[in-house]
Design a protein around this ligand. Structure first.
Ligand code: AN7
Length: 354
């Protein structure tokens, strides 16, 4: 992403890099057929150093922390921000304190945080309450906040737009999984900047994808509002976006209105179905939150809201290995046998006859 350093307002002397950004943009022909569109591209953010798009923003955020002399960084997280902040702060040599909703962080992400030596504080509350707490604590000035309310985070994440435009130009639509709303607003900002600079002639329409159990932005968008009514007990298998009171909702809604975009929610079943389809048709493993983009696109095309003959980019925000626990919910789709060595001929016969 540092190919675009002139557009990222940070003193590069403070940048501690792990090789963030520069992720693949795949043309997905088989998945496109399943979704019902002609041209579908997948921006695979799972290919970042810690396995999610957060690395782009956290890298810039940590540089700002170093520039202002912070010795401790902190964030509340549903998991991916925590994993990223843990890794980058380790490399930068700053202390890292993470506030996580107990029992609600996917095992791969918790492991990353612990592995990189962060101080992990598991709280008996949900993400929204953890974020309120850490906002208050950071307000005292003892820790540098790295949640996406920190605008420098978004300055890094907007590079997703630059990379897409560099490879295929400006697509008609960009579909983004939305939790706190930071990333969709960052990507929109990236496209707008390219447009303002005269580097591209068009702008995409942004589509926000959420899970039905945690969809405050979809609700606000339908009502034409610029702020959200919080969802008190958000629930979804996509724990990364299990967020009821998104701090960047005003920015996300602005991106949707300005781009003449859309917002839609899908069920946990539709999310898992899309996760499996992405993995089976294209060989790309993503975590459930990431699959919401593909699930939402398919839903809107099937309902006739979106046209098949347009160019779509789905942003796949995080890697499959982040959350291996979902295998427990995939029994409908997985083929798995346990057998004694003595039964192998019988099993093979059944398997090969299928
Ligand atoms: C895989 O890590 O909020 O709308 O604390 O991990 O910018 O919040 C994660 C969010 C989408 C939503 N996909 O992005 C956190 C956290 C994945 C994510 C989102 C997240 P935003």
């Amino acid at each position: 992403m540092w190919r675009y350093r002139e557009l990222i307002p940070v003193d590069t002397r403070y940048v501690v890099s792990l090789g963030e950004g520069g992720t693949p943009l795949y043309r997905a022909e088989k998945l496109a057929r399943w979704v019902g569109v002609k041209r579908l591209y997948l921006k695979f953010e799972g290919a970042n150093p810690t396995g999610s798009f957060k690395d782009r923003g956290v890298c810039v955020g940590i540089a700002k922390a170093l520039e202002c002399g912070a010795r401790v960084v902190a964030c509340a997280s549903t998991g991916n921000t925590a994993a990223s902040v843990a890794a980058y702060s380790a490399r930068a040599g700053v202390k890292c304190v993470l506030f996580l909703p107990e029992g609600k962080v996917a095992p791969g992400k918790l492991f990353q945080a612990l592995l990189h030596g962060a101080t992990v504080i598991e709280l008996n509350c949900n993400f929204d309450e953890a974020l309120r707490l850490v906002l208050k604590l950071c307000g005292r000035g003892c820790m540098y906040l790295l949640n996406s309310v920190n605008p420098w985070r978004l300055e890094g994440q907007k590079s997703i737009a630059y990379e897409i435009a560099d490879v295929i130009g400006v697509p008609d639509y960009v579909v983004v999984p939305v939790g706190n709303g930071g990333n969709i607003s960052a990507i929109w900002k990236g496209f707008r900047e390219l447009h303002d600079l005269g580097l591209v002639g068009e702008l995409p329409r942004m589509i926000a994808a959420q899970a039905t159990g945690a969809a405050p932005i979809v609700k606000a968008f339908r009502a034409g509002k610029v702020t959200v009514d919080p969802v008190n007990e958000p629930e979804t298998i996509a724990t990364a976006i299990r967020i009821g009171n998104p701090v960047n909702a005003p920015k996300a809604l602005k991106a949707l209105y300005e781009s003449r975009g859309l917002a839609e929610a899908v069920s946990d079943y539709e999310i898992l179905e899309a996760q499996v389809a992405i993995a089976r048709y294209e060989g790309i493993g993503v975590e459930p939150a990431s699959a919401t983009s593909v699930a939402v696109l398919r839903k809107l095309v099937h309902e006739g809201v979106l046209e098949p003959d347009a160019t779509y980019v789905c942003v796949l925000t995080g890697h499959a290995l982040k959350d291996p626990s979902v295998v427990d919910y995939l029994s409908k789709w997985v083929e798995r046998y346990r057998c004694g060595v003595g039964d192998i001929h019988y099993i093979l016969e059944t398997v090969l006859r299928k």
